[in-house]
Design a binder for this molecule. Structure first.
Ligand code: FAD
Length: 433
């Protein structure tokens, strides 16, 4: 009989369409589903992601129990814990999803070396966290695509791996499961009041509703701030509660929604090739950033005097999430209008966003700041024009900025023109005031 296998979950917290779990199940006499609460990651884990993670682990454990398994949890140094558990259960092979950040690449290298020293193997599964694995499609002259449109064309034609069902039944080796963490074990701070609940079970309900309804209208309503009609699936994709491969299989290729998922893969393949782009300019444009602590505080607190910017920044704190159009407006305001370094904004977003993702957050910030993959790096999103176009009646502003809730229509976007309104004065001037 073959030896046991260990399925090491990282940010692929699901049983369906999971190459790691499926391979461990197919190849091992027993399967050990393991999650390590990695001290190196948790040391800086903000409350929203900590709460979401705890809920996602709980739902993963429930899903595993449905098929005869359970989630084994350890805490400490991920490499040491995996090596210890693999030895304890005589697992010959450890399966893990390929990932792209510098940290995850180093983790993979360390794990491979440590396991090899014990006579064990690490098997890395590509296309677990993305639809198309980073590096699988390449232009003729370099190691990644720097421009989205040609990438998207090739992405649509690329081979995709077949769908994988959840294993029917798991056989676990004998081992103490360890207890699932509570939020307090990971953070002392409270989460955003409107934070979504993590997990595969929750994600599947959301997916069902999404596919049955709003996805059909996405190309028309995706940018409408007040309609709030995007999928809200980003945290579930970030933690892998949903497989991006499954999502694209269930939606037509030509749709705007699938194009957004291609953007997600695009940023992953950029970061895989340039891990340093997480904190260094992807393209050096010799921008001289301004230091302005007061303006940054006004921006983070949603008190810039521009209601559309303030609404986005307040949604971020209230929900741990922000509409994509608001992310574009608020990021452009900081990096282009205030000319503050994109890293300042990216750090703030990383603290609050439950979907905060090295590839998507950092490279979207660079895209907006003009140091990244935008082919028009000098574009500036004027907050007033953006407000008129994407929140024409002001309903998004009224939802998130209660001080302005009594002002009707688009007048809400220029409170400085109204006598009776007590609202912070705009911190800068922009065209069209
Ligand atoms: P939908 O509109 O329903 O799109 C479906 C999925 O496509 C999303 O869940 C997401 O996985 C992917 N997607 C959509 N737009 C993008 C995009 N521009 N780039 C990459 N993937 C995309 N997304 C994150 O997942 N994590 C982040 O940390 C993040 N930070 C961002 C920072 C800035 C400054 C900007 C401008 C965008 C950022 N985005 C990030 C991209 C995008 O705003 C979110 O993915 C989206 O708003 C999530 O909402 P949704 O799930 O309803 O998206």
């Amino acid at each position: 009989m073959s030896a046991g296998a260990l399925a090491l979950f990282t940010r692929d917290l699901r049983v369906r369409d999971n190459p790691v779990l499926t391979a461990a199940h197919r190849e091992g006499a027993t399967v050990l589903p393991l999650f390590v609460l990695d001290d190196a990651i948790l040391a800086g884990c903000p409350p929203n992601r900590a709460y979401f993670l705890v809920a996602a682990l709980r739902e993963l454990d429930d899903e595993l129990r449905e098929i005869g398994g359970r989630l084994v949890v350890r805490r400490g140094d991920v490499v040491e814990e995996v090596a210890r558990v693999a030895a304890e259960t005589s697992a010959a092979v450890v399966h893990i999803a390929a990932d792209v950040s510098a940290y995850s690449r180093a983790r993979e290298r360390r794990l491979r070396e440590r396991l090899a020293a014990d006579g064990r193997e690490l098997r890395v599964h590509p296309a677990s966290l993305t639809v198309v694995a980073p590096g699988e499609i390449l232009p003729s002259d370099r190691d990644h695509f720097a421009v989205f449109t040609p990438y998207h064309r090739r992405w649509l034609e690329a081979d995709r791996r077949p769908a994988l069902r959840a294993p029917r039944e798991l056989r676990l080796p004998r081992i103490a499961a360890g207890s699932l963490p509570a939020p307090d074990d990971l953070t002392a701070e409270p989460p955003s009041p409107g934070l979504s609940v993590g997990g595969e079970t929750t994600a599947r309900k959301m997916l069902r509703d999404w596919l049955a309804g709003a996805v059909a209208e996405y190309s028309r309503t995706g940018d409408d701030l007040a309609a709030d009609a995007t999928s809200h699936l980003s945290p579930y994709l970030h933690f892998g509660c949903l497989s991006p491969g499954e999502l694209v299989r269930r939606v037509d290729d030509g749709t705007e929604f699938v194009r957004q998922l291609a953007w997600r893969d695009f940023h992953h393949q950029v970061l895989a090739a340039r891990p340093g782009a997480a904190w260094h300019d992807y393209r050096d444009r010799a921008i001289r950033w301004r230091t302005d602590a007061q303006a940054v505080t006004a921006w983070t607190e949603g008190r810039t005097g521009f209601p559309i910017v303030d609404a986005g920044m307040r949604q971020l704190r209230e929900q741990g999430w922000m509409h994509n159009r608001a992310r574009l407006i608020t990021a452009s305001f900081l990096a282009k209008s205030l000319r503050v370094d994109w890293r300042v904004g990216a750090r703030h977003f990383r603290y609050w966003l439950v979907d905060a993702d090295m590839a998507n957050n950092q490279l979207n910030w660079q895209w907006v700041a003009g140091t990244g993959n935008d082919t028009r790096p000098n574009r500036v999103l004027n907050p007033l024009r953006q407000a008129e176009r994407y929140d024409p009646d002001g309903a998004y502003v009224r939802r998130w900025v209660p001080e302005l809730a009594g002002i009707e229509g688009r007048a809400v976007h220029r409170p400085w023109r109204l006598d009776s309104v007590d609202y912070p004065a705009p911190i800068i001037e922009v065209p069209g005031m």
